[in-house]
Design a binder for this molecule. Sequence first.
Ligand SMILES: NC(=O)c1ccc[n+]([C@@H]2O[C@H](COP(=O)([O-])OP(=O)(O)OC[C@H]3O[C@@H](n4cnc5c(N)ncnc54)[C@H](OP(=O)(O)O)[C@@H]3O)[C@@H](O)[C@H]2O)c1
Length: 312
Amino acid sequence: MNKQSKIYIAGASGMVGSSIVRILKKRGYKKLLIPNSNQLDLIDQLKVDKWFKNNRPEYVFLCAGKVGGMFSNMKYPADYSVKNTLIIANVINMSFKYDIKKLLFMGSSCLYPIQNGNKKIKPEMLLSRPMENSNIHYSISKINGYFMCLGYNKQYGTNYITPMPCNIYGPGDNFSENHSHVIPALIRKFHFAKLNKTKNLIIAGSGNVKREFLYVDDLAEASIFLMHRYNNSKLINVGSGKDISIKNLSYLIKKIIGYEGNIIFDRKKPEGVKKKLLDVSVINKMGWRQKTDMISGLTKAYKYYKKVSNIN
Ligand SMILES: NC(=O)c1ccc[n+]([C@@H]2O[C@H](COP(=O)([O-])OP(=O)(O)OC[C@H]3O[C@@H](n4cnc5c(N)ncnc54)[C@H](OP(=O)(O)O)[C@@H]3O)[C@@H](O)[C@H]2O)c1
Protein backbone atom coordinates (compact mmCIF):
# COMPACT_ATOMS: atom_id res chain seq x y z
CA MET A 1 0.00 0.00 0.00
CA ASN A 2 1.53 3.34 -0.99
CA LYS A 3 0.41 6.97 -0.90
CA GLN A 4 -1.14 6.68 -4.38
CA SER A 5 -3.02 3.39 -3.74
CA LYS A 6 -6.79 3.41 -4.03
CA ILE A 7 -7.97 2.48 -0.57
CA TYR A 8 -11.60 1.72 0.27
CA ILE A 9 -12.62 2.08 3.92
CA ALA A 10 -16.01 0.38 4.32
CA GLY A 11 -17.64 1.93 7.39
CA ALA A 12 -15.68 5.19 7.09
CA SER A 13 -18.26 7.11 9.12
CA GLY A 14 -18.06 4.69 12.06
CA MET A 15 -15.79 4.90 15.08
CA VAL A 16 -13.09 2.55 13.75
CA GLY A 17 -13.39 3.45 10.04
CA SER A 18 -13.25 7.21 10.66
CA SER A 19 -10.10 6.81 12.73
CA ILE A 20 -8.43 4.79 9.94
CA VAL A 21 -9.42 7.56 7.50
CA ARG A 22 -8.02 10.28 9.81
CA ILE A 23 -4.68 8.52 10.18
CA LEU A 24 -4.33 7.60 6.50
CA LYS A 25 -5.04 11.23 5.55
CA LYS A 26 -2.54 12.50 8.11
CA ARG A 27 0.09 10.19 6.61
CA GLY A 28 -0.52 11.52 3.12
CA TYR A 29 -2.60 8.77 1.51
CA LYS A 30 -4.37 10.59 -1.28
CA LYS A 31 -6.88 8.21 -2.85
CA LEU A 32 -9.31 7.23 -0.14
CA LEU A 33 -12.72 5.90 -1.15
CA ILE A 34 -15.20 6.61 1.65
CA PRO A 35 -18.84 6.37 0.58
CA ASN A 36 -21.34 6.39 3.45
CA SER A 37 -24.27 4.00 3.71
CA ASN A 38 -26.59 6.41 1.86
CA GLN A 39 -24.20 6.53 -1.08
CA LEU A 40 -23.52 2.78 -0.98
CA ASP A 41 -25.76 0.40 0.93
CA LEU A 42 -23.53 -2.62 1.44
CA ILE A 43 -26.56 -4.85 1.95
CA ASP A 44 -27.44 -4.42 -1.72
CA GLN A 45 -25.32 -6.83 -3.73
CA LEU A 46 -25.99 -5.24 -7.12
CA LYS A 47 -25.03 -1.78 -5.87
CA VAL A 48 -21.86 -3.11 -4.27
CA ASP A 49 -20.94 -4.88 -7.52
CA LYS A 50 -21.51 -1.72 -9.54
CA TRP A 51 -19.55 0.42 -7.09
CA PHE A 52 -16.51 -1.91 -7.15
CA LYS A 53 -16.67 -2.05 -10.94
CA ASN A 54 -16.67 1.76 -11.20
CA ASN A 55 -14.17 2.53 -8.42
CA ARG A 56 -11.71 -0.36 -8.53
CA PRO A 57 -10.17 -0.17 -5.04
CA GLU A 58 -6.79 -1.83 -4.54
CA TYR A 59 -6.93 -2.19 -0.74
CA VAL A 60 -10.03 -2.67 1.42
CA PHE A 61 -10.50 -2.08 5.15
CA LEU A 62 -13.82 -3.77 5.98
CA CYS A 63 -15.08 -1.97 9.11
CA ALA A 64 -18.76 -1.65 8.19
CA GLY A 65 -21.46 -3.50 10.04
CA LYS A 66 -24.20 -3.38 12.58
CA VAL A 67 -22.37 -2.92 15.87
CA GLY A 68 -23.76 -2.43 19.38
CA GLY A 69 -23.75 -3.41 23.04
CA MET A 70 -25.22 -6.43 24.79
CA PHE A 71 -28.79 -5.12 25.17
CA SER A 72 -29.02 -4.04 21.54
CA ASN A 73 -27.68 -7.43 20.42
CA MET A 74 -30.32 -9.19 22.49
CA LYS A 75 -33.12 -6.98 21.18
CA TYR A 76 -32.28 -7.11 17.45
CA PRO A 77 -30.82 -10.58 16.79
CA ALA A 78 -32.13 -10.77 13.21
CA ASP A 79 -30.51 -7.46 12.26
CA TYR A 80 -27.19 -8.43 13.80
CA SER A 81 -27.22 -11.75 12.02
CA VAL A 82 -28.58 -10.93 8.56
CA LYS A 83 -27.23 -7.40 8.01
CA ASN A 84 -23.72 -8.33 9.06
CA THR A 85 -23.74 -11.49 6.98
CA LEU A 86 -24.86 -9.60 3.86
CA ILE A 87 -22.43 -6.69 4.33
CA ILE A 88 -19.47 -8.99 4.96
CA ALA A 89 -20.30 -11.38 2.10
CA ASN A 90 -20.89 -8.58 -0.39
CA VAL A 91 -17.66 -6.71 0.36
CA ILE A 92 -15.45 -9.82 0.48
CA ASN A 93 -17.04 -11.33 -2.61
CA MET A 94 -16.70 -8.14 -4.69
CA SER A 95 -13.15 -7.62 -3.43
CA PHE A 96 -12.36 -10.99 -4.96
CA LYS A 97 -14.38 -10.43 -8.14
CA TYR A 98 -12.61 -7.11 -8.82
CA ASP A 99 -9.20 -8.50 -7.88
CA ILE A 100 -8.15 -6.18 -5.06
CA LYS A 101 -4.59 -6.60 -3.72
CA LYS A 102 -5.36 -7.01 -0.04
CA LEU A 103 -8.31 -6.93 2.34
CA LEU A 104 -8.46 -6.39 6.08
CA PHE A 105 -11.62 -7.78 7.63
CA MET A 106 -12.12 -6.30 11.10
CA GLY A 107 -12.90 -9.15 13.49
CA SER A 108 -13.63 -8.78 17.19
CA SER A 109 -12.67 -10.47 20.45
CA CYS A 110 -16.34 -11.30 21.01
CA LEU A 111 -15.98 -13.98 18.32
CA TYR A 112 -14.01 -16.01 20.82
CA PRO A 113 -15.83 -18.49 23.04
CA ILE A 114 -16.37 -18.03 26.75
CA GLN A 115 -13.12 -18.59 28.65
CA ASN A 116 -12.87 -19.92 32.16
CA GLY A 117 -9.90 -19.16 34.36
CA ASN A 118 -7.07 -16.77 33.77
CA LYS A 119 -5.75 -17.88 30.40
CA LYS A 120 -5.15 -15.19 27.81
CA ILE A 121 -7.18 -15.69 24.63
CA LYS A 122 -5.23 -17.03 21.66
CA PRO A 123 -6.42 -17.36 18.04
CA GLU A 124 -6.43 -21.19 18.34
CA MET A 125 -9.29 -20.86 20.83
CA LEU A 126 -11.78 -19.83 18.13
CA LEU A 127 -14.69 -22.32 18.11
CA SER A 128 -13.07 -24.39 20.86
CA ARG A 129 -15.87 -23.92 23.44
CA PRO A 130 -19.47 -22.64 23.68
CA MET A 131 -20.07 -19.00 22.71
CA GLU A 132 -21.43 -16.13 24.80
CA ASN A 133 -25.18 -16.21 24.16
CA SER A 134 -25.97 -12.48 24.33
CA ASN A 135 -24.23 -11.59 21.05
CA ILE A 136 -24.14 -14.94 19.30
CA HIS A 137 -25.99 -13.71 16.18
CA TYR A 138 -23.39 -11.01 15.59
CA SER A 139 -20.47 -13.29 16.45
CA ILE A 140 -21.50 -16.13 14.16
CA SER A 141 -21.95 -13.77 11.19
CA LYS A 142 -18.46 -12.39 11.82
CA ILE A 143 -16.92 -15.83 12.31
CA ASN A 144 -18.36 -16.67 8.93
CA GLY A 145 -16.64 -13.54 7.57
CA TYR A 146 -13.32 -14.88 8.82
CA PHE A 147 -14.04 -18.22 7.13
CA MET A 148 -14.87 -16.41 3.89
CA CYS A 149 -11.42 -14.76 4.03
CA LEU A 150 -9.81 -18.06 4.92
CA GLY A 151 -11.67 -19.82 2.12
CA TYR A 152 -10.55 -17.31 -0.53
CA ASN A 153 -6.97 -17.44 0.76
CA LYS A 154 -6.93 -21.25 0.62
CA GLN A 155 -8.71 -21.65 -2.69
CA TYR A 156 -7.31 -18.67 -4.63
CA GLY A 157 -4.19 -17.54 -2.75
CA THR A 158 -5.64 -14.12 -1.87
CA ASN A 159 -4.25 -12.02 0.99
CA TYR A 160 -7.25 -11.35 3.23
CA ILE A 161 -6.34 -10.79 6.87
CA THR A 162 -8.43 -10.72 10.07
CA PRO A 163 -7.35 -8.76 13.15
CA MET A 164 -9.24 -9.50 16.38
CA PRO A 165 -9.47 -6.31 18.46
CA CYS A 166 -10.54 -6.15 22.11
CA ASN A 167 -13.17 -3.58 23.21
CA ILE A 168 -12.58 -0.28 21.45
CA TYR A 169 -13.48 3.19 22.70
CA GLY A 170 -12.88 6.83 21.80
CA PRO A 171 -14.18 9.59 19.55
CA GLY A 172 -16.91 8.40 17.19
CA ASP A 173 -18.26 5.91 19.73
CA ASN A 174 -21.99 5.31 20.07
CA PHE A 175 -23.21 6.94 23.29
CA SER A 176 -26.92 6.23 22.83
CA GLU A 177 -28.80 4.82 25.78
CA ASN A 178 -29.83 1.55 24.16
CA HIS A 179 -26.94 0.66 21.84
CA SER A 180 -23.72 1.57 23.62
CA HIS A 181 -20.81 -0.57 24.84
CA VAL A 182 -19.37 -0.42 28.40
CA ILE A 183 -17.23 2.74 28.23
CA PRO A 184 -19.64 5.05 26.36
CA ALA A 185 -22.49 3.79 28.58
CA LEU A 186 -20.49 4.62 31.73
CA ILE A 187 -19.40 8.03 30.42
CA ARG A 188 -23.01 8.90 29.65
CA LYS A 189 -24.21 7.67 33.04
CA PHE A 190 -21.57 9.54 35.03
CA HIS A 191 -22.06 12.70 33.01
CA PHE A 192 -25.79 12.79 33.75
CA ALA A 193 -25.22 11.85 37.40
CA LYS A 194 -22.86 14.82 37.68
CA LEU A 195 -25.34 17.20 36.01
CA ASN A 196 -28.26 15.98 38.12
CA LYS A 197 -26.14 15.85 41.30
CA THR A 198 -27.26 12.23 41.80
CA LYS A 199 -26.24 11.00 45.25
CA ASN A 200 -25.86 7.30 44.45
CA LEU A 201 -25.05 6.00 40.99
CA ILE A 202 -25.96 2.36 40.43
CA ILE A 203 -23.80 0.24 38.14
CA ALA A 204 -24.89 -3.22 37.03
CA GLY A 205 -22.85 -6.14 38.38
CA SER A 206 -20.27 -6.58 41.13
CA GLY A 207 -17.65 -4.51 39.31
CA ASN A 208 -15.19 -7.37 39.72
CA VAL A 209 -15.21 -8.63 36.13
CA LYS A 210 -12.23 -7.50 34.08
CA ARG A 211 -12.12 -6.30 30.49
CA GLU A 212 -9.47 -5.13 28.02
CA PHE A 213 -9.87 -1.79 26.23
CA LEU A 214 -7.99 -0.09 23.41
CA TYR A 215 -8.23 3.51 22.25
CA VAL A 216 -9.62 3.68 18.71
CA ASP A 217 -6.64 5.47 17.13
CA ASP A 218 -4.39 2.70 18.42
CA LEU A 219 -6.56 0.15 16.62
CA ALA A 220 -6.43 2.27 13.46
CA GLU A 221 -2.62 2.44 13.68
CA ALA A 222 -2.49 -1.32 14.23
CA SER A 223 -4.76 -1.93 11.22
CA ILE A 224 -2.56 0.14 8.91
CA PHE A 225 0.51 -1.58 10.36
CA LEU A 226 -1.04 -5.00 9.64
CA MET A 227 -2.09 -3.95 6.14
CA HIS A 228 1.61 -3.28 5.48
CA ARG A 229 3.18 -6.11 7.42
CA TYR A 230 0.88 -9.05 8.07
CA ASN A 231 0.30 -11.60 5.33
CA ASN A 232 -1.24 -14.61 7.03
CA SER A 233 -4.67 -16.22 7.21
CA LYS A 234 -4.32 -16.81 10.94
CA LEU A 235 -6.31 -14.46 13.17
CA ILE A 236 -4.17 -11.80 14.84
CA ASN A 237 -5.15 -10.31 18.22
CA VAL A 238 -4.97 -6.55 18.76
CA GLY A 239 -5.25 -5.17 22.27
CA SER A 240 -3.61 -3.24 25.06
CA GLY A 241 -2.37 -6.44 26.70
CA LYS A 242 -3.83 -5.29 30.05
CA ASP A 243 -7.24 -5.61 31.62
CA ILE A 244 -9.04 -3.48 34.18
CA SER A 245 -11.92 -4.33 36.51
CA ILE A 246 -15.22 -2.56 35.88
CA LYS A 247 -14.89 -1.20 39.42
CA ASN A 248 -11.53 0.46 38.73
CA LEU A 249 -12.75 1.66 35.34
CA SER A 250 -15.81 3.22 37.01
CA TYR A 251 -13.67 5.09 39.56
CA LEU A 252 -11.38 6.30 36.77
CA ILE A 253 -14.33 7.65 34.76
CA LYS A 254 -15.84 9.18 37.93
CA LYS A 255 -12.59 11.10 38.48
CA ILE A 256 -12.25 12.24 34.85
CA ILE A 257 -15.85 13.44 34.73
CA GLY A 258 -15.79 14.96 38.20
CA TYR A 259 -18.85 13.18 39.61
CA GLU A 260 -18.94 13.64 43.36
CA GLY A 261 -21.58 11.12 44.48
CA ASN A 262 -21.24 7.46 45.45
CA ILE A 263 -20.99 4.43 43.19
CA ILE A 264 -23.10 1.42 44.12
CA PHE A 265 -22.50 -1.90 42.37
CA ASP A 266 -25.68 -3.92 41.94
CA ARG A 267 -24.50 -7.51 42.29
CA LYS A 268 -27.92 -8.87 41.24
CA LYS A 269 -27.52 -7.58 37.68
CA PRO A 270 -25.77 -9.69 34.98
CA GLU A 271 -22.19 -8.79 34.15
CA GLY A 272 -20.88 -11.50 31.80
CA VAL A 273 -17.70 -13.56 31.95
CA LYS A 274 -15.11 -12.88 34.67
CA LYS A 275 -12.18 -12.06 32.45
CA LYS A 276 -11.47 -11.50 28.77
CA LEU A 277 -7.87 -10.68 27.95
CA LEU A 278 -6.25 -11.25 24.57
CA ASP A 279 -2.80 -12.69 24.03
CA VAL A 280 -1.23 -9.93 21.95
CA SER A 281 2.29 -11.35 21.89
CA VAL A 282 2.33 -11.88 18.10
CA ILE A 283 1.57 -8.27 17.13
CA ASN A 284 3.85 -7.00 19.94
CA LYS A 285 6.73 -9.11 18.59
CA MET A 286 6.07 -7.67 15.13
CA GLY A 287 6.68 -4.20 16.62
CA TRP A 288 3.24 -2.76 17.36
CA ARG A 289 2.13 -1.69 20.84
CA GLN A 290 -0.68 0.49 22.21
CA LYS A 291 0.32 4.15 22.68
CA THR A 292 -2.65 5.67 24.48
CA ASP A 293 -3.10 4.96 28.20
CA MET A 294 -6.59 4.78 29.68
CA ILE A 295 -6.52 8.19 31.39
CA SER A 296 -5.73 10.11 28.21
CA GLY A 297 -7.99 7.88 26.07
CA LEU A 298 -10.96 8.31 28.42
CA THR A 299 -10.33 12.05 28.68
CA LYS A 300 -10.47 12.35 24.87
CA ALA A 301 -13.57 10.15 24.70
CA TYR A 302 -15.33 12.34 27.30
CA LYS A 303 -14.33 15.51 25.46
CA TYR A 304 -15.81 14.04 22.27
CA TYR A 305 -19.02 13.05 24.08
CA LYS A 306 -19.52 16.56 25.46
CA LYS A 307 -18.96 18.03 22.01
CA VAL A 308 -21.44 15.80 20.16
CA SER A 309 -24.09 15.57 22.86
CA ASN A 310 -24.05 19.31 23.47
CA ILE A 311 -24.98 18.68 27.10
CA ASN A 312 -22.51 20.44 29.38
N1 LIG B 1 -16.65 -0.89 18.79
C1 LIG B 1 -15.93 -1.86 19.32
O1 LIG B 1 -15.73 -1.93 20.55
C2 LIG B 1 -15.32 -2.91 18.44
C3 LIG B 1 -14.51 -3.90 19.04
C4 LIG B 1 -13.94 -4.88 18.24
C5 LIG B 1 -14.21 -4.90 16.88
N2 LIG B 1 -15.00 -3.95 16.32
C6 LIG B 1 -15.29 -4.05 14.89
O2 LIG B 1 -14.95 -2.85 14.23
C7 LIG B 1 -15.85 -2.64 13.14
C8 LIG B 1 -16.40 -1.23 13.20
O3 LIG B 1 -17.01 -1.01 14.46
P1 LIG B 1 -17.42 0.46 14.93
O4 LIG B 1 -17.44 0.45 16.40
O5 LIG B 1 -16.61 1.47 14.18
O6 LIG B 1 -18.92 0.53 14.44
P2 LIG B 1 -19.83 1.83 14.11
O7 LIG B 1 -19.24 3.04 14.72
O8 LIG B 1 -21.22 1.46 14.47
O9 LIG B 1 -19.71 1.97 12.53
C9 LIG B 1 -20.34 1.08 11.68
C10 LIG B 1 -20.11 1.54 10.27
O10 LIG B 1 -20.77 0.61 9.40
C11 LIG B 1 -21.50 1.35 8.45
N3 LIG B 1 -22.67 0.61 7.97
C12 LIG B 1 -23.61 0.00 8.71
N4 LIG B 1 -24.54 -0.55 7.90
C13 LIG B 1 -24.17 -0.26 6.63
C14 LIG B 1 -24.71 -0.52 5.35
N5 LIG B 1 -25.85 -1.22 5.21
N6 LIG B 1 -24.06 -0.06 4.26
C15 LIG B 1 -22.91 0.66 4.39
N7 LIG B 1 -22.34 0.92 5.57
C16 LIG B 1 -22.97 0.48 6.68
C17 LIG B 1 -21.94 2.62 9.16
O11 LIG B 1 -22.24 3.61 8.18
P3 LIG B 1 -23.40 4.71 8.37
O12 LIG B 1 -23.01 5.48 9.61
O13 LIG B 1 -23.34 5.51 7.14
O14 LIG B 1 -24.65 3.93 8.56
C18 LIG B 1 -20.69 2.93 9.96
O15 LIG B 1 -19.78 3.65 9.16
C19 LIG B 1 -16.92 -3.73 13.23
O16 LIG B 1 -16.59 -4.73 12.31
C20 LIG B 1 -16.77 -4.26 14.63
O17 LIG B 1 -17.11 -5.61 14.71
C21 LIG B 1 -15.56 -2.94 17.07
